[in-house]
Design a protein around this ligand. Structure first.
Ligand code: AHM
Ligand code: MG
Length: 312
């Protein structure tokens, strides 16, 4: 018998990258691949499903689109099939959902972030965080992986398992192929993405920093989907995204467990920062699945300068 070493493929697939270039153990690799498979079905559903309401509301009282429900079902199906998930927490479900108590991982996700933009044909996305064991009582720093999928003109997957942030393109035969490895975020932002800007009417500190950023002639980039807006930061290698509270949402609109936690993990892996204005998002203890948090995320110096003014 002769032995032949496997050639390094010209285009690195997600599976190849996870196997050879990430610290992920086999179970985690398989789970990420199963989630990436679910995202292909979500991508297809976005193109083919009508954009209307489902007639139901989620745990936050927000009306669900048919696509929100479908995306949630697709992820559930793939997590069930993986056999690797003890429980999951979804923006679209009221409780922690148990699957297989003996399985090693918990998965948190927003199946279709920014779905209200789908009729406008803007980019939307899926956000995922992965923990070993339970989630409640942990902090987002204890995630073992985080990833998102951006459904835009092209479908892009970005993941980290604790050794940098890596970006893949879904190609025409349904393979995720590597675009860029070790994405980095510079310390100073040239672009800004100010969410919940109405809060400047009640929050003088937020207003002051927004005025400063305008005087600095930062470039405005805000789409209304945080997956697209934070991907913009990864893509350009700098930028700052904010969602600060006002009277309607004192803690901001965004959710700690399945929106801010995964992005904080990814952004810190790329050399950026994520803060609630007082503490790093990664150090906030998860006590409830529906916790909201203010979010300032991206280039370190801009995150720190806004946090400093808000805290004063
Ligand atoms: P969703 O999970 O219901 O889609 O809401 C989250 C989205 C974020 O993607 C985005 O940053 C924010 O809501 C935008 O809120 P607003 O419409 O208030 O600007
Ligand atoms: Mg969301």
């Amino acid at each position: 018998m002769t032995s032949a070493s496997c050639p390094v493929p010209e285009n690195l697939s997600l599976n190849y990258h996870l196997l050879h270039k990430s610290p992920a153990e086999d179970d985690l690799r398989h789970l990420i691949i199963d989630i990436s498979r679910a995202a292909k079905y979500i991508s297809y559903a976005i193109q083919t499903t009508e954009t209307g309401l489902s007639g139901n509301t989620n745990q936050f009282g927000e009306e669900q689109l048919k696509l929100d429900v479908l995306s949630d079902d697709i992820l559930r199906q793939h997590l069930c099939e993986s056999g690797l998930v003890c429980c999951y927490i979804s923006e679209e479900q009221k409780d922690v959902i148990e699957l297989d108590s003996k399985a090693p991982y918990s998965v948190v996700f927003d199946p279709l972030d920014g779905s209200s933009l789908v009729d406008a044909n803007f980019s939307i996305g899926t956000i995922v965080g992965i923990y070993k064991g339970d989630v409640i009582g942990k902090t987002p720093r204890e995630q073992v992986a985080a990833m998102y999928v951006l459904y835009g003109p092209r479908t892009i997957l970005v993941y980290s398992t604790g050794d940098g942030v890596h970006e893949f393109l879904l190609n025409d035969v349904g393979e995720y192929v590597l675009l860029r490895e070790y994405l980095g975020i510079a310390d100073n932002a040239k672009n800004y993405s100010p969410g919940n800007l109405r809060a400047v009417n009640e929050n003088q500190a937020y207003k002051q920093v927004m005025a400063t950023w305008m005087e600095e002639e930062k470039t405005l980039r805000y789409s209304g989907c945080m997956v697209a807006d934070i991907h913009h930061i990864f893509s350009k290698g700098q930028g700052v995204f904010t969602n600060v509270g006002g009277s309607a949402y004192p803690e901001g609109k965004l959710r700690l467990v399945f929106e801010c936690g995964p992005f904080a993990y990814l952004v810190e892996q790329a050399g950026g920062a994520a803060s609630d204005g007082h503490v790093p998002i990664l150090d906030k203890k998860i006590t409830d699945i529906d916790m909201r948090t203010p979010l300032i995320v991206g280039s370190q110096n801009d995150v720190n300068s806004l946090a400093k003014v808000l805290a004063a």
